[in-house]
Design a protein. Structure first.
Length: 159
């Protein structure tokens, strides 16, 4: 077996056995310019997964924000500082994510992504309030500019 093949196999083995050590090894090789020594197959998968992770984080923050906006709208008698803080915190987290990865803002125009986030928000609001999910609109009734606007809250629904 050639030395290059042995190095490739060794990197793949390390990837399976000790992921953290593999990441450190790959970073060291990148910094040293040892591009031919990189575990390119696994490295490419991990880089792609980092992007998916950013997308999931954005969806998670948006879902929590929407859940709390739904609760705010549908349970006005329970408004409190905790909900206000959660809403403000999620907006801050979303702004942070978008500042560090501006291309994620494209997801705000992706109807499939928005539908998924909204369906999770409806389910979450139903679970947290005990209300039937059908009480909540099928699709998001608010524009995302309002949802992201600091201080904006939906009007409470009464009875």
């Amino acid at each position: 077996m050639s030395t290059a093949r042995q190095m490739e196999r060794s990197a793949r083995d390390l990837y399976q056995q000790d992921f953290f050590a593999w990441t450190q090894q790959q970073a060291q090789k990148l910094r040293a310019g040892q591009l031919s020594a990189l575990d390119t197959k696994n490295l490419a998968e991990e880089v792609e997964d980092l992007g998916r992770s950013e997308k999931r984080a954005l969806a998670s923050h948006m879902t929590v924000l929407l859940v709390h906006l739904l609760k705010w709208q549908h349970q006005p008698e329970l408004h409190g500082k905790s909900w206000s803080l959660t809403i403000a915190t999620q907006r801050k987290e979303l702004r942070y994510e978008l500042a560090h990865s501006p291309s994620l803002k494209n997801l705000f125009n992706d109807s499939e992504w928005l539908d998924l986030v909204w369906s999770k928000a409806r389910a979450g609001a139903s679970a947290e309030t005990g209300m039937d999910p059908d009480i909540f609109p099928e699709s998001c009734p608010w524009d995302l500019a309002s949802v992201m606007q600091e201080g904006w809250l939906p009007e409470a629904e009464h009875g």
